[in-house]
Design a protein around this ligand. Structure first.
Ligand SMILES: Nc1nc2c(ncn2[C@@H]2O[C@H](COP(=O)(O)OP(=O)(O)OP(=O)(O)O)[C@@H](O)[C@H]2O)c(=O)[nH]1
Ligand SMILES: [Mg+2]
Length: 220
């Protein structure tokens, strides 16, 4: 029985990887930088995307996954950007086949496509969505030990964004400790600190996006 389950899970992951590769190749050809955002519920994914939208405008679009409701897509659309909502109806992560379907609804060719994954620090880490980079968000009220408790999300990400920096004076969160835990798992992580309340870190994040775009598509 246990062996059957392992085989089935391997099969699901393998077919996901094939579809993810299809997404990656298609979007690379169209010169779209795809970023997959992972975090626990409420860490500030949509708030960060709203803040980036103020700067990037229609150059960016978002595919957003939630277990229920179109609330995040509606929040993002208010900033004048395209947002395609995937309602997973209970599934705790996005899969490449869902992204492929959402891409059929995407209009035009945005420079930056963000995929806001379902709020969950565990399941989404195992699924490649065809992204070129993965950001994991960790908000200061969650506690600085989360990299150790949920290693896969930190191991598989290129960027760690420590969000809600404005709350540091009010919560027991040691920024250096969180960074050390994350880097002990993944020494190549790029780390940014942000707050959508004070605007801290947004310029640095925008510069990183621009830099990543130019290094992927030097002739664009
Ligand atoms: N103080 C403070 N609050 C923030 C910041 N970023 C987000 N929030 C608040 O945190 C709450 C959750 O933010 P969301 O953007 O909805 O978080 P999310 O990760 O998209 O949540 P899910 O989609 O449900 O997983 C909201 O009340 C935000 O206003 C920040 O930088 N500082
Ligand atoms: Mg959200």
């Amino acid at each position: 029985m246990a062996q059957k389950r392992v085989v089935l899970e391997e099969g699901i992951l393998k077919s996901n990887d094939l579809l993810a590769q299809k997404v990656r190749e298609d979007l690379r050809r169209r010169r779209i930088l795809v970023t997959n955002l992972l975090s626990s519920p409420g860490a500030g994914k949509t708030a960060l995307l709203e803040a980036l939208a103020q700067n990037l405008g229609p150059q960016m679009a978002v595919i957003v996954g939630d277990v229920q409701t179109r609330r995040d897509a509606e929040r993002l659309e208010r900033h004048g950007i395209q947002a395609v909502q995937i309602v997973t109806g209970g599934t705790c992560h996005l899969e490449a086949r869902m992204v492929l379907r959402a891409l059929e609804e995407l209009q035009g060719t945005p420079r930056y496509l963000f995929i806001e994954n379902v709020g969950n620090l565990v399941c989404p880490a195992g699924f490649d969505l065809g992204e070129q980079q993965r950001w994991v968000l960790l908000s200061t009220p969650e506690g600085d030990d989360k990299p150790l408790k949920y290693p896969e999300a930190f191991l598989t990400s290129h960027v760690l964004v420590i969000t809600k920096m404005d709350l540091v004076p009010h919560v027991p969160f040691d920024v250096d400790q969180a960074e050390a835990y994350a880097r002990s798992l993944n020494p190549r992580l790029r780390i940014f600190h942000t707050s959508v309340i004070t605007g801290e870190g947004l310029e640095a994040l925008l510069a990183h996006l621009e830099h990543t775009y130019r290094s992927l598509f030097p002739d664009a």
